[in-house]
Design a protein. Structure first.
Length: 403
């Protein structure tokens, strides 16, 4: 008992048989509790053992601490050596098991990787599935900027990340997943990938994107590697395209930058940069269309592309078939540049029902000329105009409509 310690309990029926050496400790309704000198001695030993154990443990700890303190320097050195050995063993095991090769590290600014692979993605492939390896060859004096276009889900982002990981692995002393790698020392790896906001700081997705881009442009050097994934997608199409175009131009033209850059984008207009600037090259992730299906080949090949296959990916995701069909119809109107009668904007709303859209309804794209004429007419005070002024004003409005 935690309160009374150890005792011998004897019921009232048998208490007349209790020896004289038993000492009564507690009386209950139906029993008596006794203790003996021997039991009391064991009680003291057992209950006091925990205190003695704690005191002994602390004494031993102090002795060990004092002994270790006398040898702290060699112990710490051995710890560091074991940590390094453990790291080297892990890198060697990974290189052996995954067929990595030893990269060539030099002091120039060239980056060449032959048959590079993503070290994480290839480990998570299904059994029997091979990772599609890709090459990259960047040089500030040659192919400085790769504009990479291609479908959604084709592997653009994976390619960007694998190049960054291979460079990082090489510079920490690891073998790398490739057939050949020649890497000029990189001082920084800058990435602008993914899309997220920072609500706690009041920063939208687009603002976060622009902050990260500004940090890259303000700190990158000729020895830096820049990985840009979908710059400008957080705002309107024209704004985003303009910013993406200007960023690529800035990296190419600024003499302090000349950074090796991989620029993945869905703005196919950026492929025209290769016609304007000598160190910009176009590459795309190849696909094959087969029996109304799109097969992603995951291979980076020279040249640009003008199709993102976004509707096909939406269909793969399980969007309703009616929605997919309507999206194809709208895409067809946009691609054929079908125009509304009173506007030079694509007709988005008219369905193939054999019925013309009521032109009195509000258009998705308002007629700006008509709006301006209406505004001019509402501002005219005819009571203050001469007949000649009225005719002149009418002629101005007529010319405005013609425009």
């Amino acid at each position: 008992n935690k309160v009374f310690g150890y005792y011998i309990e004897i019921t009232n029926v048998h208490k007349n048989k209790v020896p004289d050496r038993y000492l009564r400790k507690q009386t209950l309704v139906n029993a008596e509790r006794y203790i003996t000198p021997e039991l009391k001695e064991w009680e003291d030993k057992i209950l006091g053992a925990e205190d003695k154990i704690s005191a002994l443990e602390y004494q031993i700890f102090q002795e060990i601490r004092a002994e270790v303190a006398d040898h702290i320097e060699p112990i710490q050195l051995n710890g560091l050596l074991f940590a390094e050995l453990d790291c080297f063993l892990c890198l060697a095991t990974a290189a052996f098991e995954n067929n990595y090769i030893r990269p060539v590290i030099n002091n120039n600014t060239r980056l060449e990787i032959i048959a590079g692979r993503h070290p994480v993605v290839e480990k998570n492939l299904d059994p029997g599935e091979d990772f599609i390896a890709n090459n990259v060859n960047l040089n500030p004096d040659g192919e400085q900027i790769w504009i990479i276009t291609g479908p959604n889900m084709a592997g653009k982002s994976t390619f960007l990340r694998q190049v960054g990981l291979i460079v990082l692995m090489a510079q920490i002393g690891s073998f790398v997943p490739a057939e050949k790698a020649i890497i000029g020392i990189v001082d920084r790896i800058f990435t602008r990938v993914g899309a997220s906001d920072q609500l706690a700081l009041g920063e939208s997705t687009f603002l976060v994107e622009m902050n990260e881009t500004a940090n890259i442009l303000n700190n990158a050097t000729e020895r830096s590697l820049i990985l840009l994934d979908e710059i400008g997608r957080g705002t309107s199409t024209f704004d985003g395209l303009s910013i993406a175009w200007a960023v690529a131009e800035y990296i190419h033209n600024d003499s302090k930058l000349k950074s090796k850059t991989l620029f993945a984008t869905h703005y196919h207009e950026l492929t025209e940069l290769a016609l304007l600037y000598p160190r910009v090259k176009n590459y795309n992730v190849s696909v094959e269309e087969w029996e109304d299906q799109v097969v992603f080949l995951r291979k980076i090949i020279p040249g640009g592309t003008d199709n993102s296959y976004g509707i096909y990916v939406a269909q793969m995701a399980g969007l309703p078939s009616a929605l997919i069909e309507r999206a194809r119809e709208i895409l067809s109107n946009l691609e054929s540049n079908e125009l509304t009668p009173h506007s030079k904007k694509p007709r988005l709303a008219q369905r193939r029902t054999g019925r013309q859209v009521d032109q009195n309804q509000l258009s998705l794209f308002p007629d700006m000329a008509a709006t301006k004429v209406k505004s001019e007419l509402e501002s005219i005070n005819i009571n203050e105009m001469t007949p000649l002024q009225a005719l002149k004003k009418l002629d101005e409005l007529k010319e405005l409509i013609k425009k």
